[in-house]
Design a protein around this ligand. Structure first.
Ligand code: ATP
Length: 260
C-alpha cells in the first residue's frame, strides 16, 4: 500500500542525511521506527509526508508516486499526528478535531454540519466526547494526544504518521494511546510511529525499523530485531531483553537499560 524505495535526503545546510532507505507499510501494519536522537526519524516522517522532497528514490501510495498526486489526495491518504504540543489559541477540542476535514472542504471553506458530525464521531470513537467544548490548551497531555488522533481520524486517511505519540505521557496515558493505536490497526488503518521506547514495539508493533545515522540498519518483527545486541549497539549502552509472564496468555518481552 505504501512503498518507500531507495530514498535519500539531505538538508541543504548539512548535506546527506537519509541514505537509500526502503521499506513497505501494508494495511493494518503498526511499524515502529526506533533510533537514537538525531538518527533522522523525524526527517524521514517529513519525507513520507512530502514536506521534505527526497533527492533520489520514490515514495508511492498504492503504486502512485506522492509527487504525482495532489496535496488534497495526499492528505486524504495519510494523516500526521504530531507530538501533543499545546497552542496559545483558545480553540475548542471540537474545533481542532474538525480541522481534519480541511483537506476535504478547503482552507477557506467553513466546515458543514456533516463535518462536525464526523468530528463528533471521532471523539466518540476515542472515548473523549466529554472534551468537545473544552479548550485544547487546558486539557492534559494525554487528552491532547487523543484529540490529535481524533483529528487524524476525521481526516479519513488510511495511514497515520505519528511522531512519538507517547512522548511526555505518564504510564496510564501511554497505555491508553497504545490501545487506541492497536484498535486502529485492527480496524485496518496503517500506522508508522517513531518511539524512544523499544518496549512499545513488543506491546503492539508487527514491524520494526532500526535507524542509525540516517540508515535503516535492521528491519523485521520485534522478535527479530529488538534484541540485546541490536539495541545495545543502537543506543551505545547495555540493554537487556527479559521475559515476564503477562498473566494472560504468553510471555511478554521487555527491554531494560543497564547502568553497569
Ligand atoms: N531543518 C533542518 N535543517 C538542517 N538540519 C536539520 C533540520 N532538521 C533536522 N536537522 C538535522 O538532521 C538530523 C536528524 O534530525 P531528526 O530530527 O530527523 O532526528 P530524530 O531521529 O527525529 O531525532 P530525535 O529523536 O532527537 O527527535 C539532526 O542532526 C538535526 O540537527
Amino acid at each position: 500500500m505504501f512503498a518507500v524505495e531507495n530514498i535519500s535526503f539531505g538538508y541543504p545546510s548539512s548535506g546527506s542525511l537519509l541514505t537509500d532507505l526502503s521499506f513497505t507499510i501494508n494495511k493494518g501494519d503498526v511499524a515502529c521506527l526506533l533510533g537514537p536522537n538525531g538518527a533522522g526519524k523525524t526527517t524521514l516522517l517529513r519525507c513520507l509526508l512530502g514536506i521534505n522532497k527526497v533527492q533520489s528514490g520514490s515514495i508511492k501510495i498504492k503504486g502512485r508516486r506522492i509527487g504525482d498526486i495532489t496535496a488534497k489526495e495526499l492528505a486524504c491518504a495519510m494523516a500526521y499526528v504530531p507530538q501533543a504540543a499545546t497552542t496559545v489559541f483558545p480553540h475548542r477540542v471540537l474545533d481542532i478535531v474538525v480541522m481534519g476535514r480541511t483537506p476535504h472542504v478547503g482552507f477557506t471553506a467553513v466546515p458543514t454540519d456533516e463535518d462536525y458530525a464526523m468530528a463528533e464521531e471521532s471523539l466518540a470513537e476515542l472515548g473523549i466526547s466529554h472534551l468537545a467544548d473544552c479548550q485544547f490548551s487546558r486539557i492534559s497531555g494525554g487528552e491532547r494526544q487523543l484529540t490529535l488522533i481524533a483529528r487524524a481520524l476525521t481526516q479519513r486517511a488510511e495511514l497515520f504518521i505519528m511522531d512519538e505519540p507517547t512522548s511526555s505521557l505518564d504510564y496510564g496515558n501511554q497505555v491508553r494511546i497504545l490501545r487506541v493505536i492497536d484498535k486502529l490497526a485492527k480496524q485496518g488503518y496503517s500506522i508508522i510511529m517513531t518511539s524512544h521506547f523499544p518496549n512499545h514495539a513488543f506491546l503492539l508493533c508487527n514491524k520494526v525499523l532500526i535507524m542509525k545515522n540516517g540508515k535503516i540498519t535492521a528491519m523485521g518483527t520485534p522478535e527479530e530485531v529488538v534484541t540485546d545486541q541490536i539495541l545495545s549497539e543502537l543506543y551505545t549502552t547495555k540493554v537487556r531483553i527479559v521475559e515476564l509472564d503477562d498473566g494472560v496468555s504468553d510471555k511478554l518481552k521487555v527491554c531494560v537499560p543497564m547502568l553497569t
